[in-house]
Design a protein around this ligand. Sequence first.
Ligand SMILES: CC(=O)SCCNC(=O)CCNC(=O)[C@H](O)C(C)(C)COP(=O)(O)OP(=O)(O)OC[C@H]1O[C@@H](n2cnc3c(N)ncnc32)[C@H](O)[C@@H]1OP(=O)(O)O
Length: 408
Amino acid sequence: MTTLEFRTLPKAHLDRALDLADLAFHGNPEDEEREKHREYLRRCDRVGAYDGDELVGILGAFPLALSVPGGELPCAGATFVAVAPTHRRRGILSGMLAELWRRCADRGRPLAALWVSQAAIYGRFGCAPATYGYTVEIDSGRPLALRTAPADLPLRLVAPEKAPGAVGPVHAAQRALRAGRVARDDYWWRAQVLPETDEDNDELGPPRVVTIGTPPVGYTVYRTESGDDEPGAPGGVVHVLELEAETPAAAAALWQYLASIDLTSKVRAWGRPLDDPLLLLAADRDQVRVTQEFPALWLRLVDVAAALEARSWAAPCDLVLDLTDDALPANAGRHRLAAGPAGAALTRTDDAPDLALDVRELAACYLGGTELRHLVRAGLVTEHTPGAAAALDAALRTAYLPHTTDEF
Ligand SMILES: CC(=O)SCCNC(=O)CCNC(=O)[C@H](O)C(C)(C)COP(=O)(O)OP(=O)(O)OC[C@H]1O[C@@H](n2cnc3c(N)ncnc32)[C@H](O)[C@@H]1OP(=O)(O)O
């Protein structure tokens, strides 16, 4: 029997990695899509698991900059995780993640993030959902009724290749307000946000980008799905991938535009923030309905001290946290967190703990998307000192909920 080895997957093995991913994800991509995946993996830090010469596991990690409250941090964006079906449940995923945590330490990345294929897999590795999304549907078979007057500003269609220059500044300004978002370069806009075809739904047309204002104070990215030609049949669907606006009036105008596109009768917006103003702009909440809520980005605090000391804090707190972290014992133990608007320090202590929790619970709360007091009520966090969870919640609070649509 051979032993498993975890090492960097060289570029020469990219096609073997793609074959393995197709095997594990039941994919059968066309040439163009396969080239897209090859480019994708080429940009990643790659861990390969080898059984002798056989490639039996692959994990990619994009080098990302993730927005956190008050700034951004280097983050490994784990993706393309696949284990050969002949080798499952032999610890290959566990070994690849252990290698990823080592590389995060070597490369100065305190965070790792991922979109999971199944929610049951990653909690045991210290990961937790840190951002959430809503799917919102607008019945646009009738005019969209709004409580806020739409801005009277020009709307312009922008060619996708011009989008990074035209709407990048609006995205960057909004990203500074919301934790959980990835810094986008031209590659990210082209390949991740605006690919010509939608990989998951070939019924959808190409991406359309529309800006409002000169210079833009908002924009939307959407694709359309045509409806049935029969008279009286439902119209097409406008699939909104992104909508960012700097003012309520600009948001109202963009939603009104999307809801009034001819030959369509529904707007389906995926991955809206849970505090999306759209839900308050709507004059008739029967016309604008939340149809799904889902965990979006999962987070792992690989270096807890670096992560906590890098974010901003809304209120002062001085608490002893008793942390467990089975995979990364350097994070475990008692730490005093002294934090406030001037910054934070995490120092080891023998003092009695105010709160006892696992690193995955801290990951859930880190970006401000989950409140500790709810985790206390669920029996997942132990509050030794009454009021400690509320004090930490007040310190972690953010003005906007964390949010991301960057699915990788
Ligand atoms: C970020 C992303 O890319 S997410 C995509 C993940 N990839 C896929 O879903 C593709 C198809 N599946 C696979 O490739 C594999 O089955 C993987 C990656 C999910 C798991 O790989 P394995 O090497 O089998 O996992 P490993 O043996 O390290 O398991 C570690 C633990 O996780 C558990 N586990 C693994 N997969 C699952 C699962 N799907 N559901 C629940 N538990 C799971 C194992 O039971 C084990 O628990 P234990 O330590 O208590 O025994």
